[in-house]
Design a protein around this ligand. Structure first.
Ligand code: MN
Length: 239
């Protein structure tokens, strides 16, 4: 006899069979699987950029702020599997390829992940303290001198209202240019061929030490720049 209770039992039995037929789907091995996105470890200690960037800011910025973008991305992979199989640079360069339903969260969280991964590598306690070689030549030609470049990037960072970033890029015509982006937008979607350097001007990047004094943070931040990395970014093949 078919009763509602029997029908429910039957449904549950079918569900169990379906689960058994797909090993791993509900197994502990699946639950413990490696997340697709991870916050990359810093190549230096959280205190290594003192006194310019303080230890508490570095720790919270890296582990919690970047961590939150990464956690959100791993949640988005379930809704949009293409996130796990397409290069982040390709998605960020052409966000129109991302389904509209998840485009906003992908822009914010993949952008945040890309921007911050770039930023951690751009800073170092050691390394060259000023540009040299081809990058220096290009900076002199475009801006007059490294000091002028720094002035202009600082102006872009200071002039940016609210949260965002200031960047030195190689634009789509192959010329050095300074741009700013809001939120976690990347210069990739503006058509940057290469991203040479960038500075995070969200308050979370400086507020604990510098409070509202973004100009003081920007002035100090240049002491952390890894000019060897900037030169390598400049020498890369276009994206
Ligand atoms: Mn940040």
């Amino acid at each position: 006899m078919f009763t509602r209770r029997n029908g429910l039992k039957c449904t549950l039995a079918l569900a169990a069979t379906a689960a058994a037929a797909r090993p791993g789907l509900f197994s502990p091995a699946h639950a413990a699987a490696e997340p697709v996105f991870k916050v990359p470890p810093l190549g230096y200690g959280f205190d290594a950029l003192e006194p310019y960037v303080d230890t508490a800011t570095m720790t919270i910025h890296h582990d919690r702020h970047h961590g939150a973008y990464v956690a959100a991305l791993n949640g988005l992979v379930e809704k949009y599997p293409g996130l796990a199989t397409t290069a982040p640079v390709a998605l960020l360069t052409d966000l129109a390829t991302v389904p509209e339903a998840v485009r906003g969260p992908v822009r914010n969280n993949l952008g945040g992940h890309w921007n911050h991964s770039f930023f951690w590598e751009l800073m170092t306690p050691g390394g060259a303290k000023e540009p040299s070689g081809e990058l220096k030549t290009a900076i002199d030609s475009a801006f007059g001198s490294p000091a002028k470049l720094i002035e202009k990037v600082n102006a872009a960072g200071l002039g940016h209202f609210g949260s965002g970033w200031a960047w030195l890029i190689v634009d789509k015509l192959g010329k050095l240019d300074i741009v700013s982006t809001p939120n976690q937008d990347t210069p990739l979607e503006q058509g940057a061929q290469r991203v040479v350097l960038g500075v995070d001007v969200w308050e979370h990047a400086y507020y604990l030490k510098y409070q509202n004094k973004r100009a003081d943070y920007l002035a100090a931040w240049w002491n952390t720049v890894n000019w060897d990395r900037a030169a390598a970014n400049f020498a890369k093949a276009p994206v």
